[in-house]
Ligand binder design. Structure first.
Ligand code: F6R
Ligand code: MG
Ligand code: MG
Length: 388
């Protein structure tokens, strides 16, 4: 429908998996596909693609109902519910894990699934890249999205292409406080970095092209631990980036993942490890339940239909990034239970570690340090008040 806005929705959940938290079972994907096929027949969605990355079931859908649409979210919820039934029948591990509520209430955000959605008027040719990561958190996209949309050493188009030369607007979410700030690149690069360098708290949510306000990228920002107040798995994020003709080229978008940067997640959602770019065939977590991985699927959206996908990291050009990730994996693993392989204390609050430490509480006896320690908390970083 020319001129009409099409919506691309990527909604994912871990509804149970095969061999521990390893990979989604094909029968659960079939169950979800059946629900989406019915919805397509009824005209609720225009097209869909069901896949998985590790233990996360991924629903990719196009439709004309806009973002945060209750009908689309309910459809995704029902697909996850049906898939969960199969997971339970097969005795799959952690069946229904990410469905934190029994009942749907208008929007899947806050109920467990992760959501990245964007709405735009289709260009004559509309390439998009969909990222799906496992064993990590939404802030894992901070570094690569910064490189894609703000770093000319990654994205040549920021310098060369007049349609991109004005830069991009970053919408950054404080996931602790539920606040959002819009900052402009390149003028406010240092402010952007001051925030997104703390990826557990400040998450790039959306990116807009400055010259015309067009949506360029979006990331899921749901953090399960913060929703549930305890460890319920990591928040394995998804993201979308529009490519070419005034947006970063597909190659510039992928280039940002050639450096396997350290992210939080991995074993028990409690460790730092490298984010390894892989093709779908390698999107399954093994060593120490990882290392964390990211898949990139390229689609063309044409008349609202998803054409594709192209499995973009399934390419020897990313072999060296994978090899580096293996080396980093070895290096980090040798730290065993020590930081910075294990996450810091703020993040460990949401794991099962406090239960272990509680046991030791009464064994601590007073000790005269000879000084009174001054413990500082920065309000902006910890959410606590600053004491003098
Ligand atoms: C990480 C993840 C796994 C599990 C680990 C322990 O996101 O899902 O690393 O945390 O396998 O799982 P449980 O506690 O279910 O035995
Ligand atoms: Mg999981
Ligand atoms: Mg997962």
């Amino acid at each position: 429908m020319p001129g009409e806005k099409v919506t691309l929705s990527v909604i994912k959940a871990d509804i149970g998996s095969l061999a521990g938290h390893h990979k989604v079972h094909p029968d659960t994907m079939l169950a979800a596909s059946r629900i989406l096929a019915e919805a397509k027949k009824k005209g609720v969605i225009k097209s869909f693609y069901v896949t998985h990355v590790g233990d996360d079931l991924q629903l990719i859908m196009t439709h004309y109902k806009g973002v945060d649409n209750p009908e689309i979210h309910e459809l995704a919820w029902n697909a996850f519910k049906e898939a969960t039934k199969v997971a339970k029948d097969l005795g799959l591990y952690a069946a229904g894990q990410d469905l934190l509520s029994d009942a749907f209430s208008g929007n899947v955000r806050g109920l467990g699934p992760g959501v990245a959605e964007m709405e735009f008027v289709e260009r004559p040719s509309e390439p998009v890249v969909i990222f799906m990561a496992d064993k990590t958190e939404p802030g894992a996209f901070n570094l690569p999205f910064y490189k894609i949309f703000a770093d000319p050493f990654n994205t040549a188009g920021l310098v060369i292409d007049p349609r991109m030369h004005d830069g991009f607007i970053f919408e950054i979410l404080d996931v602790f406080e539920g606040k959002m700030v819009r900052l402009s690149a390149p003028e406010e690069l240092y402010d952007i970095l001051a925030l997104i360098g703390t990826p557990s708290r400040y998450v790039i949510k959306r990116v807009y092209r400055k010259s015309d306000g067009e949506i360029a990228g979006v990331v899921s920002s749901e953090r399960l631990n913060l929703i549930a107040g305890k460890y319920v798995g990591k928040d394995d994020p998804v993201a979308i980036a529009r490519a070419q003709s005034g947006f970063p080229a597909v190659g510039e978008i992928l280039e940002a993942f050639s450096f396997p940067h350290l992210v939080a997640g991995w074993m028990r959602g409690s460790h730092h490890g490298p984010l390894m770019p892989v093709g779908l065939k390698d999107a399954k977590m093994t060593r120490f339940d990882g290392p964390p991985r990211v898949v990139a699927l390229g689609f063309q959206i044409h008349n609202g239909e998803l054409i594709g996908p192209a499995d973009l990291f399934d390419d020897p050009a990313f072999d060296e990034a994978r090899r580096l990730a293996q080396l980093i994996t070895d290096y980090m693993r040798r730290h065993g239970p020590f930081m910075p392989h294990r996450l810091g204390p703020e993040e460990m609050e949401y794991t099962t570690l406090p239960q272990v430490l509680k046991k030791l509480h009464d064994r601590f006896k007073p000790y005269e340090l000879g000084y009174k320690p001054v413990i500082k908390h920065s309000e902006e970083l910890s959410g606590e008040e600053i004491h003098d």
